[in-house]
Structures are given as structure tokens and as C-alpha cells.
Design a protein around this ligand. Structure first.
Ligand code: F6R
Length: 248
């Protein structure tokens, strides 16, 4: 996978944001909607901040942008401070001019018997929107992208999954303890991600160095779901110095 090492995560974020902005402008010039696949967590914060700055200072508009978020905890109410729904509005959507009807986030507040149909509808909405133009990703210490934990299949679609113990440990601080982290989540599948026309994975910080080495230099394996990106025709990885430490 083409990998670029930046001095720091701010620089990587600015470059990623610029690529997203030019994709939006290109699509708008063609009179088309631009479809973005978006993550939450710490990794994309700088990208969202830079896109917000471009919106305020450079007139970048999101009125012709459709977004699909990768995942949401389950169970999880939209109003909870822990929800990815809240995260997205706080860190991004409330500060730009995106239309609420163009925002799609997996729902953690459905009853169990509604989840399967919701996931089918979510997949269909991505297809109906014309597919994802740019998929932005972070990576978990398990090698997950979205919440596709080890064992996720290449053909997996949007679905409910059980979170890996390591993922729950990493989420524990925000939730105020491991036992408060939901056991499950709803995530877009590997297939949804692989069908995006362009993928940018952000890998920042020392904690990610070992899984990034496996992702980039190891075999393609369901044990490291991010390694599937080796088979994507247009995926790249942006690292900061700390995350690149174990690359050969
Ligand atoms: C979240 C998501 C996850 C995170 C990953 C890294 O929507 O898709 O795959 O990207 O867990 O999280 P951070 O960036 O917080 O280290």
C-alpha cells in the first residue's frame, strides 16, 4: 500500500483534507454530489478541523456532499455523549453547511429485530448515492477498520459485530471503565470499504506502529482486517513519525 510518512499528524491531516476538498470541488464542477465515507475517533479530528477552516476561510461548501459514517456502538442512543452521532455533529457537521438529509450514520438505538433491515438499507443507500468517492479511515490496535474486527471477511457488508477486548480497552477511558463500553457495534463491512473509489487511512501515534507494520508489510489476512487494503487499487496510508517506527 502506498505509504507516506509526514513529520506530524497535523501535516498529514492537512494533506488529507486538501485531497477531500479537491474531490468535492471536482464533483461540484461536474454537477454531481460528492460521497464521503467517514470515521470517528482521535485520528480524523485534524482533518475535520482543516475542512472546517476551509469552509470558513476559503468558501468550501458541503451542500453537495453526502456522508456515510463507518460505525456506531450498539446499543447507543443518538443523544448520548458517547455516540458517534454526537461526535460527528460536534467535531464536524455543526460547523459546516452540510444538509442533515445527506448525513447517514449507523443507528445504535434500534431494537435487535430492526438491525438487519437497517443494515440492508444502509448498504443500498451507499449504492443509490453512487458509491463512496473517498473513504477516510483510522485503524484500531486490533487492525480493525470501521469496527471490522479480526475475523471479518472480505465480502462483509454493514452488520452488527462484537467488539474485540482490545478495542473495548481502548474505549474504556472515554466511557469511564471497561464494563461501561457496549459489547457490540454496527459497522460498514470490508466490502463497503473496498468498493470506495479512493481510500485514505490515517495511522498516528506509537500505539499503532506494530499493527501498521503488519497491515503494510504482512500478509493479507482476516486476522488483520486493514491488510485487505493491500488489494485496493487506490488506497494509501498517511503516517506520522511515531506510527512509522517499525516499518522496515
Ligand atoms: C471509528 C472507527 C475506528 C477508529 C479506530 C481508531 O469510527 O472506524 O476504526 O478509526 O478505532 O481510533 P482512534 O483514531 O481513536 O485511534
Amino acid at each position: 500500500i502506498p505509504t507516506v510518512i509526514f513529520d506530524d499528524s497535523d501535516e498529514a491531516s492537512r494533506v488529507a483534507a486538501r485531497e477531500i476538498a479537491s474531490e468535492i470541488r471536482e464533483k461540484v464542477n461536474q454537477g454531481e454530489m460528492c460521497v464521503l465515507g467517514l470515521p470517528t475517533g482521535s485520528s480524523p479530528i485534524g482533518v475535520y478541523a482543516e475542512l472546517i477552516r476551509m469552509h470558513r476561510e476559503e468558501g468550501l461548501s458541503f451542500r453537495q456532499v453526502i456522508t456515510f459514517n463507518l460505525d456506531e456502538f450498539y446499543p447507543m442512543g443518538q443523544a448520548s455523549v458517547h455516540s458517534y452521532h454526537q461526535y460527528m455533529y460536534k467535531h464536524f457537521f455543526n460547523q459546516i453547511d452540510i444538509l442533515p438529509e445527506n448525513v447517514y450514520i449507523p443507528r445504535g438505538d434500534l431494537s435487535l429485530n430492526e438491525v438487519y433491515q437497517f443494515c440492508r438499507d444502509f448498504d443500498k443507500k451507499i449504492v443509490d448515492a453512487g458509491g463512496i468517492d473517498i473513504q477516510l479511515l483510522g485503524i484500531g490496535r486490533t487492525g480493525h477498520i470501521g469496527f471490522n474486527e479480526p475475523g471479518s471477511q472480505l465480502n462483509s457488508k454493514t452488520r452488527m459485530i462484537v467488539l474485540d477486548t482490545i478495542t473495548k480497552q481502548d474505549a474504556a477511558r472515554g466511557f469511564g471503565g471497561m464494563t461501561k463500553v457496549p459489547q457490540r457495534a454496527i459497522t460498514m463491512g470490508i466490502d463497503n470499504i473496498m468498493k470506495a473509489r479512493k481510500v485514505i487511512l490515517l495511522g498516528f501515534g506509537e500505539a499503532k506502529t506494530s499493527i501498521l507494520q503488519k497491515t503494510i508489510e504482512g500478509p493479507v489476512t482476516e486476522q488483520v482486517p486493514a491488510s485487505y487494503l493491500q488489494q485496493h487499487p487506490n488506497a494509501k496510508i498517511y503516517l506520522d513519525m511515531a506510527a512509522a517506527m517499525q516499518l522496515t
